[in-house]
Ligand binder design. Structure first.
Ligand code: SAM
Length: 280
């Protein structure tokens, strides 16, 4: 028999489809936890059954979290409480961050047992740049709110990742094409399950493909970075500098304009000094 776990909170990542993806360490923690906080006891029950373990479970989900959190934290003073979600890594588009926040505030030791998460798995399938990426969770369902969220995402110049459901996929891809332009993208579906697939194409191609036939299953959309913007012309740089220098020193104005236009700061600063001299 393994040693009992130290009291505290254990964040345990579970598979996103293929139960064999449960790590040995995750299985060992679940087997020894005094209590497992779960989204759905039927889902976690299947996982525990798969590893031949029976442990007490208690619900922790969006609808009861505020009410049950203090009791769970009190329990962590003397027992090992594991947090799992139905699939993947807790806290990632799933409940948990407030539990971690409040556990820390109460002096509870928090330990993570990392593992699968659909956002990372989708990035490994998409064949798009992974050096800079941002995860935006689920897009809002309603058109106006979705367009605003996409406009916010457009500010980021790396790869974008969204969670989505089958029935909304076509509309989401069309909205992404409208808000971001026709970038390269991938739709990763049913990752680690029997019908896993990653379909790649431009946003326009993917929007057309899924407009008529919404796919079944769980979905991640990955959108590549924007193409290189054409270099700003001299007039644009001068106008931006003239405006910025009404508010800022030449050096600060140059920094602001260089960042906004994606230009080398040293060149923009040299031009700012020229403009300053000409205006004196
Ligand atoms: N915490 C989870 C994680 O770490 O990935 C995500 C939970 S979120 C409520 C569920 C969403 O994750 C699904 O709607 C889907 O967008 C994505 N997802 C989860 N499992 C997936 C899978 N096997 N294939 C594709 N997407 C998946």
């Amino acid at each position: 028999m393994d040693d009992p776990l130290e009291p505290g909170l254990y964040i345990v990542a579970t598979p996103i489809g293929n139960l064999s993806d449960l790590s040995p360490r995750a299985a060992a923690v679940l087997a020894r936890a005094d209590l497992i906080a779960v989204e759905d006891s039927r889902v976690t029950g299947k996982l525990l059954n798969h590893i031949g373990v029976k442990r007490p479970m208690t619900p922790y989900h969006d609808h009861n979290a505020d009410k049950v959190r203090p009791g769970l934290i009190a329990r962590m003073a003397t027992g090992a409480v594991a947090l799992v979600s139905d699939a993947g890594t807790p806290l990632i588009s799933d409940p948990g961050y407030k539990l971690v926040r409040d556990a820390r505030a109460a002096g509870v030791t928090v330990t993570t047992i990392p593992g699968p998460s659909a956002v990372i798995a989708a990035l490994t399938l998409a064949g798009l740049p992974t050096d800079h990426f941002a995860f935006f969770g689920f897009l809002p369902a309603k058109g106006g709110a979705r367009a605003s969220a996409i406009a916010e995402a457009a500010e980021f110049r790396g790869t974008l990742v969204f969670y989505e459901s089958g029935p909304r996929l076509g509309a989401a891809l069309a909205a992404l094409r409208d808000g971001l332009g026709d970038r390269d993208a991938a739709v990763a579906r049913e990752i680690t399950k029997a019908f896993e697939e990653a379909v790649t194409g431009t946003l326009a191609e993917l929007a057309a493909r899924y407009a008529v036939a919404p796919p079944k299953g769980e979905i991640v959309i990955v959108v590549g970075p924007p193409g290189e913007a054409p270099a700003a012309d001299a007039d644009t740089v001068d106008a931006a500098l003239a405006d910025a220098m009404t508010r800022l020193s030449a050096s600060r104005a140059a920094a602001e304009v260089a960042q906004a236009l994606g230009l080398p700061r040293r060149d923009v600063y040299a031009r700012a000094l020229d403009l300053k001299e000409q205006s004196q």
